[in-house]
Design a protein around this ligand. Structure first.
Ligand code: CP
Ligand code: NVA
Length: 303
């Protein structure tokens, strides 16, 4: 069966660990990167803007010897010029991987239903699994291990939070999520993460979440596609900014993480994201290293 990566729980703990092991090894020794995509192409389709995801997937494909093909939705016009299924079939007739950033997660499922090459989720309304791989890699690099580490996610229970919950569950990381009323992680995500073995805690106070945390993590209050909710979200999240006082309430050696793009003065104060505890640029760079080892896992590379 063709492996896909629509959410982190498409992996199991063993594959997840191997992807992270490979990412660490190839980051340290680029000469050891296998030419897993030599002579092959990967289509990278975007319905939303991107800086890190586009660059990381293109570089991951290129460093595996493959050819990344960036396609904007404005060009293929999913379900207007041609159906999602026909675009996917076309890509599969010439490429070895389809990677896509979409509004509706169901679009990825429609692609999976008609192609026999791996489909990779580059962010949907419900999940951002490639981000979660880079997040785990960054925590592991910083602390030397994952098992038993504690992440406090403070903010919107969105796509990034959901994938982080599954990633934490599969890697033995404790996760506390604090969100304002009405913006909590979806109940089905919490149930699924708990079924995977996670003891994810849901809290209503950021200070409760960060106590004892090794990592304080946040994301934007208004995700792409939610722009019309911006004013109501600004009101709901008022007072939820991660500032120096909140960081002080975490462990003494705690790090600050953010998937980016960030809005200084909204979800995070400049003094935190630009301060000594922030690892956001290491985290951004790790998007490429983790995407590369994910692709090798998915395309097989003779293993
Ligand atoms: N973190 C992330 O996915 O960034 P982009 O939206 O810039 O790709
Ligand atoms: N939650 C954000 C993440 C951006 C990388 C969004 O979906 O816009």
């Amino acid at each position: 069966m063709t492996p896909h990566f629509l959410e982190v729980d498409d992996l199991d703990p063993v594959r997840l660990r191997r992807i992270l092991d490979d990412a660490v090894a190839w980051k340290a020794d680029p000469a050891a990167i296998p030419p897993a995509l030599a002579g092959r192409a990967a289509a990278a389709l975007f319905q939303k803007p991107s800086a890190r995801t586009r660059i990381s997937i293109e570089m991951a494909v290129a460093t595996l010897g493959g050819h990344p093909i960036y396609v904007r939705d404005e060009e293929v016009n999913l379900d207007v010029r041609e159906s999602v299924e026909d675009v996917a079939r076309t890509m599969a007739s010439m490429c070895s991987v389809i990677a896509a950033r979409v509004f509706d997660h169901h679009v990825l499922e429609r692609m999976v239903a008609v192609v026999d090459i791996p489909v990779v989720n580059l962010l949907s309304d419900t999940a951002h699994p490639c981000q979660a791989l880079a997040d785990l890699l960054t925590v592991r690099e910083h602390f030397g291990d994952l098992e038993g580490r504690r992440i406090a996610y403070v903010g919107d229970g969105n796509n990034v939070a959901a994938s982080l919950a599954y990633a934490a569950a599969l890697s033995g990381v404790e996760l506390a999520v604090a969100s304002p009323d009405g913006y909590e992680l979806d109940a089905h995500v919490v149930d699924r993460a708990r079924n995977l073995g996670s003891a994810v805690e849901l809290l209503g106070d950021p200070y409760d979440a960060v106590r004892g945390a090794d990592v304080v993590y946040t994301d934007v209050w208004t995700s792409m596609g939610q722009e019309s909710e911006r004013e109501s979200r600004l009101r709901a999240f008022a007072g939820w900014t991660i500032d120096a006082a909140l960081m002080k309430a975490a462990s003494d050696d705690a790090i600050f993480m953010h998937c980016l793009p960030a809005h200084r003065g909204e979800e995070v104060a400049a003094e935190v994201i630009d301060g000594p505890q922030s690892v956001v640029w290491q985290q951004a760079g790790n998007r490429m290293h983790s995407a590369r080892s994910l692709l090798v896992d998915l395309v097989g590379a003779g293993r």
